[in-house]
Design a protein around this ligand. Structure first.
Ligand code: RAM
Length: 362
């Protein structure tokens, strides 16, 4: 409860900054701005009036469309969301591409629209490239919920965010800086180049690095492992070779940090280059135990999927429309409130290290 309300306060305080950055970043790496509408109003669906007392409809069909199907983190999220759908008498499924690309997601959206799903939940590989078909979905009264990685606000009714994007971005720089005693060259190993969540976080990292406290730190390069294990491994290898003075790497992706840890653990950089970022405890446990990684962070992906599922059901049942201030109950997680631009925030991330990692199993 306390966590949620403080997260909401933070979200309200920082929403303007988040959006400003999101708009700036939406343009990078080839995505088009054509579909970006930051009014926060989705094309359809949000005009209807909410009935907070409406019961959750039975038999709702929810489809989860992750960035890519074989990402262990997104698998946890979707499995949990599908489980939540069973709880309220609905039917969930996961479909999606094996590569984290927006064009692959588009064909899945089109199929889901033809199938007349009640809601599509999407972790977007690009804020704008998936917009056309999602708007079509909303026109046909299919509810659209972005989770994990947002679309442009006009292309969905809700965005279920892990934690405040600003908190996620800044805290990663803060943690790494402490480990490095605020000195040295650093790099970022990201996922795909257009991923909304990654770019929003990186925007806040860069902004954090502008503060005087970090004057002796320098971000020398951002590389993209595309949430592909092998590519992330090779990018790590390339980075360390190209920047022999590199002292730290932030990898804000569960796929990236695990691959980077694997590379470093078996190299001469172990114990010399600090790796931090976002990872799952199960993938990172051995690297914490063998001393490759001291700490990393993440929220609970099970809760994120569960919250997304209930949010989609609340939309599809008319309890909420996606307007700021609306409240809905997310099963055993309790009540949540829709924030600015349809954002619902799960809560602050947890930092994992050797003192607590064995308490977490996901
Ligand atoms: C990867 C994906 C995902 C991100 C997590 C932290 O699995 O890039 O979008 O939220 O890492």
């Amino acid at each position: 409860m306390i966590q949620r309300s403080s997260a909401r306060r933070r979200a309200a305080a920082t929403a303007a900054a988040v959006c400003a950055l999101a708009v700036t970043l939406a343009g990078c790496g080839g995505t088009t701005k054509k579909d970006t509408d930051n009014s926060g109003k989705a094309d359809s669906g949000s005009q209807a009036k909410a009935n907070p007392d409406a019961p959750l409809k039975k038999g709702l069909k929810l489809a989860f469309l992750p960035k890519q199907i074989n990402n262990p983190y997104l698998k946890i999220l979707d499995t949990s969301g599908i489980g939540a759908a069973r709880e309220f008498g609905g039917k969930g499924k996961e479909v999606g591409p094996s590569d984290a690309s927006a064009s692959s997601q588009v064909s899945y959206i089109n199929t889901l629209v033809q199938q007349r799903q009640d809601a599509i939940l999407i972790a977007a590989n690009d804020p704008n490239a998936v917009c056309g078909p999602l708007k079509q979905a909303m026109k046909k009264n299919i509810k659209v919920v972005a989770y994990d990685s947002d679309t442009a606000p006009a292309c969905r009714q809700l965005f279920i965010n892990q934690a405040g994007s600003e908190e996620i971005g800044r805290s990663q720089v803060q943690h790494l800086a402490k480990q490095l005693d605020y000195k040295g060259e650093i790099a970022i190993l990201s996922a795909t180049q257009n991923a909304t969540n990654q770019n929003t976080w990186i925007g806040f990292m860069k902004d954090e690095l502008k503060k005087p406290a970090y004057k002796n730190m320098k971000l020398v390069k951002t590389v993209y492992g595309d949430d592909d294990d092998q590519k992330s491994f090779q990018e790590t290898q390339g980075l360390l070779k190209a920047y022999p003075k590199l002292k730290g790497i932030i990898s804000p992706t569960t796929v990236g940090i695990a691959a980077a840890a694997r590379y470093i653990s078996d190299s001469s950089y172990k114990g010399k280059v600090v790796l931090n970022g976002l990872g799952t405890p199960n993938q990172m446990r051995k690297y914490v135990k063998d001393g490759t990684v001291e700490q990393f962070a993440l929220w609970d992906p099970k809760k994120l999927g569960y919250l997304g599922s209930y949010a989609a059901a609340a939309l599809a049942s008319g309890q909420i429309t996606g307007a700021e201030g609306e409240k809905f109950k997310a099963g055993k997680l309790g009540e949540y409130t829709v924030g600015k631009k349809g954002e619902v925030i799960l809560g602050p991330p947890t930092v994992f290290d050797k003192s607590n990692i064995d308490k977490f199993h996901f």
